[in-house]
Design a protein around this ligand. Structure first.
Ligand code: 13P
Length: 251
C-alpha cells in the first residue's frame, strides 16, 4: 500500500512572520498515515528547515538548476538545497514550463540533478485546457513522461514522486473530477510500468489543481491518487490540515 502525501507549494508567497505562524500550526502534524511537505520560496528555506526540525514536516524547494555549480547567476543547485536540509524539490511545475520556457528535456535533466544531490524530485506533468479539449491529454503527458524516462531512466524514478497538475485547474477553482484525475493517474502508472513494473506499483502520484479541504477526500479516494500538490490552500493552516486529514483517512 502506498503511503499518501500532501505537498504545499507556496509559490511566490510568504514572509518571515506569516511563515512562522503557519509552521507553528503545521509542525505538530501526525505523519504516520500521510506525509507532509511544504515548498517555500528560496529565501525562507532555512527558516522553514529550522522550524520543521524534530517534527514530521519535510521541506522542499520550488526549483533547482540542472547544473552542480558554476557561472549560472541566479540559479541554485541541488547540492545547496540538500546541504540546507531540504529533502524534496519541485521539478517542471507548469509555471516554470510556461513562464520560464522549461522544456521536457530540461525538466528531465533537473530530475537527474535532484536525484544526484540526494533529493526527491517531485516531477510535475499536465495538459492545458486546449490540449484536453482537443483530446491530446495522453499524448502530451505521454511525451512529458517519455522525456523523463528517456533522459532520467528508472534509476531516478526510484526516488521520485510524480504530480499530475492539469494546467486548466491550477489556481482557477476548477478541479479535475476524481474520475478525470484517476484516468490520468492510471495512464501515468501504466507508462511507468512499461519501464519498471515494480517501481510503478510503489510510485506516489499526487494530484494538483485547486485542491481544497472540501474536495480532497473524493480525489484521494481514487486508487491511483496518492495525495495532493496544493497551491493556494496550503497557505491557510486550517485548510491544509483538513486536506492532510483527508489524506490520512483515505490511506
Ligand atoms: P492551486 O492549488 O492554487 O490550484 O495550485 C496548484 C499548484 O500549482 C500546486 O503546485
Amino acid at each position: 500500500m502506498r503511503k499518501k502525501m500532501v505537498a504545499g507549494n507556496w509559490k511566490m508567497n510568504g514572509g518571515l512572520a506569516s511563515n512562522e505562524s503557519l509552521l507553528q500550526q503545521l509542525r505538530s502534524v501526525d505523519v504516520s498515515r500521510a506525509g507532509m511537505v511544504v515548498f517555500p520560496p528560496f529565501p525562507y528555506l532555512q527558516q522553514c528547515v529550522d522550524h520543521a526540525a524534530g517534527s514530521g514536516l519535510e521541506i522542499g524547494a520550488q526549483d533547482l538548476s540542472e547544473f552542480e555549480n558554476g557561472a549560472y547567476t541566479g540559479e541554485v543547485s541541488g547540492g545547496m538545497l540538500a546541504e540546507l536540509g531540504c529533502r524534496y524539490v519541485l521539478v517542471g511545475h507548469s509555471e516554470r514550463r510556461t513562464l520560464h520556457g522549461e522544456t521536457n528535456e530540461q525538466v528531465a535533466r533537473k530530475a537527474v540533478a535532484a536525484h544526484r544531490a540526494g533529493l526527491v524530485p517531485v516531477v510535475c506533468v499536465g495538459e492545458t485546457r486546449a490540449e484536453r479539449e482537443s483530446e491530446r491529454t495522453e499524448a502530451v503527458i505521454g511525451s512529458q513522461l517519455a522525456a523523463l524516462l528517456g533522459v532520467a531512466g528508472s534509476d531516478v524514478l526510484a526516488s521520485a514522486v510524480l504530480a499530475y497538475e492539469p494546467v486548466w485547474a491550477i489556481g482557477t477553482g476548477l478541479t479535475a473530477s476524481p474520475e478525470q484525475a484517476q484516468e490520468v493517474h492510471a495512464f501515468i502508472r501504466t507508462r511507468v510500468a512499461a519501464v519498471d513494473a515494480s517501481r510503478a506499483s510503489t510510485l506516489q502520484i499526487l494530484y494538483g489543481g485547486s485542491v481544497k479541504g472540501a474536495n480532497a477526500a473524493t480525489l484521494f479516494a481514487m486508487p491511483d491518487v496518492d495525495g495532493g500538490l496544493v497551491g493556494g490552500a496550503s497557505l491557510v493552516a486550517t485548510e491544509f490540515l483538513e486536506i492532510h486529514r483527508a489524506a490520512a483517512f483515505a490511506a
